[in-house]
Design a binder for this molecule. Structure first.
Ligand SMILES: [Zn+2]
Length: 244
């Protein structure tokens, strides 16, 4: 599944369509496409794993999901789930979920939790984690999109390794300083990921995701589904501490 930085990179390719007129929307997605007819695209943004297309009275979110993709001025043989047609261009989304939401994105989304937004507020996230997720495993909490918006499996695994925390640790057992360091690690790594994904080298530059041994002590990594999220998890049993 594409993670926040991948979506942000793709979104930046769409910036040139800001201010352009959308002739119509097409695709089999069950949204009211009659609303998107001869309307000006005011802005393009990303929120976590969503693309956002802003029009005057509403906005459209597109989520790529596990197998989704986006093509600009190119088409696949299969039908697009959602597409925006401009006079001289088109943006096609495949196997994606589109939604029309009335109002403005900033009234709908909490930008304080988006790991790649300037508005990201580490202290807000820290206190929310401690108040609302105290009894949950940190490996699961990192995947909560309302709290760590844009984090996917690679960011989750790499950040926990960098912060030396075992994903099965219960949040309330993690010392506050460690938790702060983890949140910093999530954001710092997300920006590394952003740069690496421009050159398509994210997977070759991970420290433990997709690897078999820990680069530090050469120990064999534990590779299994952990927690409630049921995603493949990589852990170094020596470097990553499970606080009790
Ligand atoms: Zn290790």
């Amino acid at each position: 599944m594409p993670e926040g930085p991948t979506i942000l990179n793709l979104k930046n390719k769409l910036n040139r369509y800001k201010g352009k007129n959308v002739v119509e929307a097409t695709g089999y997605a069950e949204v009211d496409k009659t609303l998107i007819k001869d309307v000006k695209l005011l802005d393009v943004d990303a929120y976590g794993k969503n693309f956002i297309f802003v029009f005057k009275d509403f906005f459209v979110t597109v989520h790529l999901g596990l197998f989704g993709s986006m093509l600009i001025n190119k088409r696949k043989k299969v039908n697009a789930s959602f597409a925006l047609q401009f006079e001289e261009a088109e943006i096609n989304f495949y196997i994606s979920k589109a939604k029309i939401i009335p109002g403005k994105p900033q009234d709908h989304f909490n930008y304080k939790t988006d790991i790649l937004k300037d508005e990201f507020d580490g202290e807000y996230v820290l206190s929310t984690v401690q108040e609302k997720y105290a009894d949950k495993m940190i490996g699961d909490v990192l995947m909560e999109q309302d709290l760590f918006t844009g984090v996917g499996n690679i960011i989750r695994i790499e950040a926990l390794y960098r912060a030396k925390i075992h994903p099965e640790t219960i949040v309330k057992n993690i010392p506050e300083k460690k938790l702060m360091f983890l949140i910093e690690s999530v954001v710092n790594y997300a920006y590394e990921f952003l740069e690496q994904s421009k050159k398509d080298e994210v997977k070759e530059k991970t420290l433990i995701y997709g690897k078999k041994i820990c680069p530090k002590d050469k120990r064999e990594l534990i590779i299994e589904e952990m927690g409630k999220v049921k995603r493949k998890t990589y852990v170094c049993p020596k470097c990553q501490k499970k606080y009790e």
